[in-house]
Each structure stands twice: as C-alpha cells, then as structure tokens.
Design a binder for this molecule. Structure first.
Ligand code: ZN
Length: 276
C-alpha cells in the first residue's frame, strides 16, 4: 500500500442544526462524525492543498475536505466550535448578497444564549423576505472563523440565482451570471481582502456557458453536487470539477464506511456504478 492518498473525498454539508429539516445534520451526529475523523487519523486539507493534489502533488493518506454550502448561521453556532476543538478545518461557500453586519452571536461553546436557528424551509422564506440575518452568517462571524482557522471562505455566487431558469434566453443567462460573479468577487475582495479561484455552483447547476463565464471571471475549481471521489492528476482541461459526497444525518459509523469506500479508487468507482 502506498502511503499517499489515492483518492480524496470532499464532503458536502449544509446545515448543522437542532432544527431538523432538509440537508441538515444534527449537532450530535456532526460532533460524532468529527470526533471519528480526528480519532481515526484523517487530516482535513484546505483549498490550496486540494488544488496541489489535483495537479499531481502527493498528499498523505486519509486526507479529506469538508465543505459547507450557503454560509448558514448554524455553521458558526454548531460547526465552528466542534472543528476548533478537534483542530479540523473546512471550506465554506458564501452567497455574498445574503451576509449581514452586526456583532458576533453566541455559539455552542461560547456561553450566552444561542440565536434561534431556522430550519431550511423557514430560512429560505426569511431570505426571500429580506431577513437573511436570521439564517445566514454575519461578516463578524466570518472574520472570527477565519481568525480561528476553522474555516476558509469561497464564492457561491452573489445571489444564488439560477440564471438558466429565470432568463428568457442564453444571452440574458450569460449576462446575469457574469454580473453575479463580478459582484461576488468584488464583495469578497472588499470584505476579506482576497478572493480565491474556487467556486461552488448554486444547486450544483452548470452548463457550457456557466463554465466558460466562470473561467473568464477567474475561477478554476468548481464544486459540484455530482457524487464521487477526487483523483490526483485528473485532467479536466484548464478547469477542475470537484465531485462531492453529501453527508447524511447519520452516526459516525455511516461516515466511516463512506470514507473507507471513497478513499479507494477502484472500490469507489464500483460502488458508484452499482448505485447508479
Ligand atoms: Zn447553495
């Protein structure tokens, strides 16, 4: 057996919350999953290491990437303190127009009354009604997570709009996405002082126009909702499409078995073939 990683699973989370709902993992299951990763010798790697790995550089075995989509408030309340306790790191994909200002709210290990957490559906309604602050991170919380080293932050567009659905024609779609990505980059540059070339597609949607426009905007790494592991030296042309594994609200043993499969290329591919 090689001592280098042969496949790197990228795990996809959304909510870590006491309010059950779609795409939500309970804080208990999340804490157990993270304790398993730390105890079993997994290393969480960041975007730069993933990029280097995809370009062909070796990574130690048991490397994994944690990703969180949409930038929910519950990531601060329930994910950040657990990651910090274990020295684990994650990537978070922000929808920049949703993020608010204001002081840092309490998290699960900070003491103080925790903010109310909306379930996924109620959060969507809050965002539609211009009350995203009830569901989404604030810039102050993002700063605190960056300072603690638990999360790095990347783009999930400015609006999360599916331009393919709201546009009358391809020209409108392309113009919408172009503006959206420009606003996202400008906001991240202004608020964080940097913007990376890692982009997560809203609802996993991408087409040829999307890929071309995002590449022109400066993005090189594209996080999809397509299921699979990631392999060194895999060539997708100039751009890299990253497949992920959606983490369910299940005990650590469930995650352990998924990681066992998806760190082994032949087994991972066979497993996905059977599932399809
Ligand atoms: Zn999203």
């Amino acid at each position: 057996m090689t001592k280098f990683a042969r496949a790197v699973p990228v795990l996809m989370y959304h909510h870590i919350s006491t309010s059950p709902g779609m795409i939500t993992v309970s804080p208990e299951h999340f804490a157990a999953q993270m304790a398993y990763l730390a105890g079993a010798g997994y290393t969480t790697i960041g975007s730069a290491q993933l990029s280097a790995y995809l370009a062909g550089e070796p990574l130690p075995k048991k490397a994994v990437v944690l990703t969180f989509d949409d930038g929910y408030l519950d990531n601060w309340v329930h994910a950040h303190p657990v990651l910090q306790a274990h020295g684990l790191t994650a990537l978070c994909f922000l929808v920049t127009s949703w993020i608010g200002e204001g002081p840092v709210r309490a998290h699960a290990r900070s003491g103080g009354a925790l903010p109310a957490l909306l379930n996924h559906r109620d959060g969507e309604v809050a965002i539609e009604n211009g009350e995203a602050d009830h569901a989404i991170l604030r810039w102050s919380e993002i700063d605190a997570m960056r300072e603690a080293g638990t999360f790095e932050f990347h783009s999930h567009t400015h609006s999360h709009v599916r331009w393919d659905r709201v546009s009358a024609n391809a020209e409108q779609k392309c113009a919408g996405l172009t503006r959206d990505l420009a606003s996202a980059r400008a906001t991240l540059q202004q608020k964080l002082g940097a913007v990376s070339d890692h982009l997560c597609w809203p609802q996993g949607y991408h087409d040829e126009d999307y890929r071309r426009i995002a590449a022109e905007a400066g993005f090189r790494h594209f996080y999809t909702c397509e299921t699979g592991s990631n392999y060194s030296g895999r060539d997708d042309g100039a751009a890299r499409s990253i497949t992920r594994l959606e983490v369910r609200d299940r005990p650590a043993s469930w995650l352990a078995s998924r990681l066992w499969v998806h760190t082994r290329p032949a087994i991972s591919r066979a497993y996905l073939r059977i599932k399809r």
